[in-house]
Ligand binder design. Structure first.
Ligand code: B12
Ligand code: SF4
Length: 467
């Protein structure tokens, strides 16, 4: 008889498909295991839904991002353990990769998996199934005689050895409906070669990067396109544009196979420059609709400090290329990095204005720096970070306020700038044009006193302050 494996994706913002769980599940032998993926975002009562599936299950696997998803994961795992005390619970994903042994202080978590999960979970499931000791399984931590034991690292494996991700494990149409567009999430590479000091990736993947080849990616994408008729493909890779030859081959394959959809991916500014006009144009012809560029700062000093390894010139050049080829961009910025001066912030503000003025298709998102675990920058801020799993669950990474190191002057300025920056550029409906002109004038002159139109707009239609 097949053993059941239940996998849970905690509630989170947006409806991105649970690619992590799909990836680990796709490696399991279907002759032996029956797999259920339950997504908290799709359920009215996720706890009841998980409990319903758990009877006779071999294990419950949960994917855990840092922040609010931890709270939902804990609710589900505690309920599962309380109903089925013998059940093995396994946590994988970003938070367990950063805190593999700390997480085991929570009694409802039995095992944590670090980093790339495909081979580790396959190995773990067969050991659990056979009732064997876990001591030889690389990449996990677990409790042994009450103590946390951490096994050696598992080296990252080439993605080519894993089978294609099985989208039949999730209700794809339901995600399309919730997203409001037939957009498929897809991943063609894992990890990242760079070393940004605010990011957890260098810690989790040790600056390793693995990908599937362009021909295989194209085969998979074509099969998925025929099956689901999606209109947009969202590459969830950390840095899709890592090797320009690979990117060019994927774009060529999309064109030669006459696959008709738009696509979006994440790009670094230096990669945009290296891509060159020809490959940029090829990408555009193959459907490239939008890129997300993590700019972070307009100050060369801050870019150096955070080891971004990109320059302001590269940011502007890649933006010019995107504008020339009609590719939309979300430029994401971080303000409030410890050590940043008011002058650095003003350089960021100038760059934001410059980029926004370049194309109505350019958007900017501005976040206050939050010390994310696992990054070298956050190592200096341990006092400002949560200590327990419960505190991590309450740490708001999406909307939380600025850190204590951000001066009231900078905070006040940025809040006003963020508001007007949203209206100042881009295409606004005719009724809002006068406000747009005024907002643009204010941004150009950094003059945000007497914000009467802000009060009017907020009264008309209160909007979230995040840009
Ligand atoms: C899609 C996505 C989201 C989605 C989540 C979708 C979901 N599943 O619910 C949404 C939009 C909700 C989201 C939100 C945020 N995200 Co996000 N997101 C991503 C992104 C781009 C892709 C994730 C993905 O699908 N990857 C592909 C799969 C195959 O990889 P994976 O999930 O890592 O899974 C592998 C392993 O982790 C492991 N694994 C994962 N789950 C499990 C479970 C088990 C049981 C096992 C055994 C193994 C295992 O095996 C998998 C295969 O190798 C990643 C970057 C990336 N490329 O990973 C960032 C990333 C995960 N996000 C990140 C951040 C910072 C955020 C935000 C704070 C961003 C923001 N400022 O708004 C928010 C807030 C999250 C929160 N606290 O609420 C960080 C890390 C965060 C962290 N420490 O948890 C990442 C790494 C980006 C980065 N470099 O900064 N995100
Ligand atoms: S921010 Fe992006 S480029 Fe930098 S290390 Fe993280 S994933 Fe890589």
């Amino acid at each position: 008889m097949k053993r059941k494996i239940v996998l849970y994706n905690p509630k989170a913002v947006f409806y991105t498909m649970p690619l992590g769980l799909m990836a680990v599940a796709s490696c399991l032998d279907r002759e032996r295991y029956e797999i259920r993926i339950i997504d908290g975002r799709l359920e009215d009562d996720p706890v009841a839904r998980v409990l319903e599936e758990l009877d006779g299950a071999l294990c419950l696997g949960v994917s855990v991002l840092t922040g609010a998803p931890i709270g939902d994961a804990l609710r589900v795992m505690r309920a599962a353990k309380s109903r089925y005390p013998e059940l093995t619970t396994v946590c994988g994903g970003w938070h367990p990769s950063l805190f593999p042994t700390d997480m085991l202080e929570e009694p409802s978590i039995d095992i944590t998996v670090r980093g790339q999960g495909e081979a580790t979970f396959t190995d773990l499931v067969s050991h659990l199934d056979r009732g064997e000791s876990l001591e030889s399984i690389c990449g996990i931590a677990y409790r042994e005689a009450g103590d946390a034991r951490s096994n050696p690292e598992r080296p990252m494996m080439p993605m080519e050895v894993f089978p294609p991700v099985d989208y039949g494990l999730i209700p794809v149409e339901q995600y399309f409906q919730l997203k409001g567009v037939r957009q498929l999430d897809y991943i063609s590479s894992t990890g990242c070669l760079f070393r940004c000091a605010f990011c957890a990736d260098p810690f989790v993947y040790k600056r390793g990067w693995q990908a599937i080849g362009p021909a295989r990616a194209a085969d998979e994408i074509e099969e998925l396109w025929q099956r689901y008729q999606f209109e947009d493909l969202n590459f969830q890779d950390e840095t899709f544009f890592t090797y320009k030859k690979r990117v060019a081959e994927i774009a060529e394959q999309i064109l030669s196979r006459k696959l008709s959809f738009s696509w979006a991916a994440t790009m670094r500014a230096d990669q945009g420059v290296r891509l060159g006009e020809d490959i940029f144009s090829l990408c555009k012809r193959s459907g490239l609709r939008r890129v997300l560029i993590g700019v972070e700062s307009g100050s060369p000093n801050v870019l150096r400090h955070i080891k971004k390894d990109t320059t302001v010139e590269q940011i502007v050049t890649s933006a010019e290329m995107c504008a020339r080829h009609g590719v939309a961009v979300i430029f994401s910025f971080i303000v409030g990095i410890p050590g940043e001066t008011y002058d650095d912030v003003m350089q960021t503000v100038s760059l934001i204005k410059k980029l926004r003025a370049m194309s109505p298709r350019f958007e900017t998102s501005i976040f206050y720096y939050k010390p994310y675990p696992g990054s070298t920058l956050s190592a200096e801020l341990t006092d400002d970070m949560p200590k327990s799993l419960g505190e991590w669950a309450e740490f708001d990474y999406v909307q939380g306020a600025a850190g204590r190191w951000v001066s009231p002057q900078t905070y006040d300025f940025m809040e006003r700038f963020k508001f007007y920056n949203r209206y100042a550029w881009g295409t606004e409906r005719i009724v809002k044009r006068p406000i747009q002109m005024l907002a643009r004038w204010r941004c150009r002159h950094n003059w945000f006193s007497w914000p009467v139109e802000k009060a009017i707009l907020q009264r008309l239609r209160p909007e979230p302050e995040l840009s």
